[in-house]
Design a protein around this ligand. Sequence first.
Ligand code: ZN
Length: 314
Amino acid sequence: MNYIVLDLEWNQCPTGKSEEIRRLPFEIIEIGAVKLDKNLQYVDSFREIVQPVVYRTLHFKTQEIVALRQIDLQKARNFPEVISDFLGWCGDDPSFCTWGPSDLMELQRNLAYHQLPIPFPFPFLYYDIQKIFSIVYEDRRTRRSLEFAVDFLKIPKDVAFHSALSDAHYTSEIMQHLTRTQIEQNSSVDYFHTPDNRRSEIHLRYATYTKYISKPFVSKVQAMKDRIVVSMPCCTCGKNAVKEIRWFASGSRNYLCLAKCADHGWLKGKIRLRQREDEKYYAVKTLRFVNEEEVIKISERKKAQQSKAHHPSS
Ligand SMILES: [Zn+2]
């Protein structure tokens, strides 16, 4: 097994969103990657520029960020050739690591656009080092820039940021300030390909929480009526916990629920409904145990939500 620390640079429609191709909002123009062995030691690196065929001129934002010249892009090989070499270089059993959740999503969108097979397992688990940095060194929630983490860990800044290979190198050096356990216990699930039916729904168990990803639903209302989506199985014994506060909307994106397992205590449920490319909805539900203090917080949120509902103008 190798860790493949991947960083992509991409271009977007130079004439603005209205003219972009919906299936390919971001076209990959550079692939950088570092291979680490299972002990997080450096093995090899990969870097190649990719010739854009959809958005041939660089968007002004891309020009500002990426140190690539138009002339280098025109001389580069095309995506199918480069990606084939890259995937070969990754080896048989790669564990992908990225800074943030976007790179593997855009990689798969580019593969799909070029009608190339997507060679990843289902569910596709990867390691979001930006998230793991937050879990290990900060508060789990905050998402920092790569440069912030490099400064935080006092890693020497010997090359410029925002080139695919240098960013992959920096990410791999941040990984060397983590243990393998810290990385492996905090995998993320890729959302490019989500479950198509009940049988392929994803149930994952982590050290401190469980995660469930549902099949698609035609509407948010349908999703929140589904028996499995709204169930609250205890993270320890799996028995359905008794709901003390039923699911309620909290903010514009989340639903919360509070339940109690007679044997294992208070469980907080959170559902986020996300939209697929086909515009259907799927639910991502996380369940974790909470203490009395958090129980009170959830009750207060529920009350705040109720008073908002009764006094919509205030
Ligand atoms: Zn239980």
